[in-house]
Design a protein around this ligand. Sequence first.
Ligand code: F6R
Length: 602
Amino acid sequence: MCGIVGYCGPKSAKSVLYGGLKRLEYRGYDSAGISVLDADGKVQTVKSVGTVTNLDAGTLPDDASTGIGHTRWATHGGVTDLNAHPHTSGAITLVHNGIIENFETLAETYNIERISQTDTEVLAGLIDHHFASTGSLKDAVLAALAEVQGTYGIVVMSPRQPGTLVAARKGSPLVVGVGRDEHIIASDPQAIVSHTDNIIFLDDGEVAVIDALNIDVYNLANQPQTKMVEEVEQAAEVNMAGFGSFLEKEIHEQPSSLTEVMRGRISGDGRITLGGPDLTADQIAGLDNILIIGCGTAYYAGMYAKYELEDLLGIPVQVEHASEFRYRHAAYSPSTSLAIFMSQSGETADTLAALEEAKRRGVPTMGIVNTVGSTLARSVSNGGIYLHAGTEVSVASTKAYSSMVVALLMFGGFLADRRGQRLGDIRVLAEDLVNLPHEIELCTKLSDPIKAIAAEIAGHSNWFVLGRGNLFPIALEGALKVTEVSYIHAQAFPTGEMKHGPISLIDEGHISVVLLPEDKLLYDKSISGVQEIRAREGKVLTISSRPALEHSDWHITVPMVGHRVSGLVMNCCLQLLALHVAEKLGRDTDRPRNLAKSVTVE
Ligand code: F6R
């Protein structure tokens, strides 16, 4: 979603900002802009719809050493040069992530003139209004934020206080990189790591006053705050490593990302040890309910785990959309429940809001997160599990999904062990998990045959993805992947639900991808479902560990693997199918239209 970079120091601000915005490109955006303060104390701005390379940065002065940059994902107002950030109002220039909910009231109250349709320009006007009376950038920001409803990560500059940036956050991440005689502000450490490993994480409700040499942090009541400089691991340079897209690369990276999530956590004797969850023996023994909360693919990872964890642990597992959970009064007993929050980015606004709701209700909270140091990872009360999947660049999540499922299954095995359940079951799970990277590697080798099938079915614009048991959540995730990268309307149903409505859509142009379970009884029932579709001239692609069927139009044979992980091999095939269909249709597989990597607004 929107990205922010700010710079003050001895270097050319425009090149630091441009480089930072390029590193944020993977998050998804529709326009970009940079403002710098030139030697005459004037603000010079370039903005453009489209990619960062569209910016006419060459026209900005090389010697300007203070500036701010932004990549925008439109919320208020269309995708136009005028609506792109930074926005200037009077003596204030600002970039903003988030949503100012009461911007119309503020614009009316203060008679703020606007040339754009954005809420951000109103915030700039409001700060400018207070700047006129306070004469201090920090005090003006504090006064304005006291009147604002909504969420924000902002960086503000003014020619009247050259060399200073004021940053503030509520619900939208901001970090400050501390370099030699320079500070770099960003919404994502990714924009900073090529300059410094030393980072200050701003918390919600904090305002930072930053120049090249100093950083002072205050709360919204203007009280000074003490902050630690933390060393973050340099993110490896991300490139496509010879693949045609990041999506393809990340699908093929799963054997190694799955190895990483299990590294040091499963011992040779099949015991699962996790150092991250911070739960007492009493909490583990008394647990009678698990809530798993996330959005999109992270939610589907929880859905898959529900099937396995309920079976393994014998306690209910509730899976909740974060966007629903945050507003409803879910029924659970806080003292005997555990809420697990799933997120690749660790910055998804709905997931963070749901976490706050769970903490308010007093339930212990854990995170399963890929991005180290993200807001979610830092906000949970009872630790969690890092995925160590490496940077996921493609907007469509693939390797983070499979690592989330494995992390949840490992957590199930860990809990089962601590609750004194049968070691035999836990060892079978551990063995299935340990074999998985190799089995996923075998699936990635099916890429070419899947590509051939994709070429034949890409022209069909309505699909079902059907599964039973633990393959139903895989169908949901597969349908999401196909939809988001190829723009085909793909919908998932439990195979057994077809006769209760969806079958009415079947005709000769309709594709059904049917995931066939290993279990003999459910396999036979699923085959009946396939025949019912075929009897109505629907086209069927089956995926199964058994060989090709005479009754399907296309078939993919996957390796036979342990039951608890069987969905993940099918999932890998569905990821490849989504990739190749999208390629065939000429889609931008890494940055599908209208989507963003990290959804930091509600
Ligand atoms: C789909 C996808 C999204 C994300 C969702 C949550 O491929 O990537 O559905 O899974 O936006 O994002 P995180 O995991 O960052 O909280």
